[in-house]
Design a protein around this ligand. Sequence first.
Ligand code: TXA
Ligand code: MG
Length: 338
Amino acid sequence: MKTEVINITTEYEKALSEAKRLINDGEVVGIPTETVYGLAANALDEDAVKKIFVAKGRPSDNPLIVHIAKFEDLEPLVAEIPEKVKIMAEKFWPAALTMIMKKSDKISNVVSGNLDTVAIRMPKSDYARAIIDACGCPLAAPSANLSGSPSPTNAKYVFDDMNGRIPLIIDGGSCEIGVESTVISFAEDPPRLLRPGGVTLEKMTELIGEIVVDDAVLNKLEDGAVASSPGMKYKHYAPSADITIIKSDFETFKNLCESENATALCFDGENDSLSCPSVTYGDKNDGFSQSARLFDALRELDEMGAKNVYARCPDTKGMGLAVYNRLIRASGFKIKVI
Ligand code: TXA
Ligand code: MG
């Protein structure tokens, strides 16, 4: 299959009409969002959704997020809308925020991975919402990477993974946030944070009170444990390089990297004083700048052929929690405190 790329910033109408044509025809299309690129298909068309799993090489028990363009699109997809979801939607949507609820019978088991719940997100990206609107149906879309590799933050990375596997990628430029959305479940009360992302735990707690942070956000799941979110049991965000997170001051980190001639994954500016190879991932004091860079930095490490990588440890407050959550997975939970 030939994979076409259409730039929505320069060919807006063509991008929308081609995405609409293919998705209404039961095909899978790569689309931009503000978090990461998605692999989108009509969420109400089981056969189309099955093609997403094939293109990604994704296990079928790992459910997909359903993307909507406006609040009214939510009601038919869920059994009921909990009060806290209404409050959250009013304040944050459209946003990097995915909310899980009991599903309605419109959502097939293919989308929900046989769970009785469904994950719904209204993306902030105007391009993403315009595509959903043009298609006239909710779009099921996981991140547009091959299962196991870092989520793609630009159309080139989608092409690298999906060339020959899907007919069309809509290029909307680089993703502003750079890591996937916050996932929070309202199928239980208090709600449970399953994946930290662009809408921070602090902001949500301020609005709706207590939120349980699932163990898998900060820790490795024990073998055989049942994951609240099936995605958490799979190896994720994994570059080929072997990454270890180093909890230490910068001097200790520098000595370690240089003495072992490792590759450093460090904050902006720190690379200036390192004599070993290095890749930076944002401002030390700004979680959003780190998230915007992290997945690109992981891909750059692979492009450099880095083998042994030592990573500076981000703060876990605010957006830092999402950055730390992705980095511990990229490192296979290898953390050294020095
Ligand atoms: O930012 C994002 O969320 C991107 C863009 C494309 O919107 N999408 C994305 O999808 O990251 P994906 O499939 O790569 O990650 C969705 C995560 C998975 O870990 C999945 O297991 C979990 O959400 N999930 C989906 N539905 C769920 C459900 N009903 N219950 C628990 N976890 C669910
Ligand atoms: Mg993913």
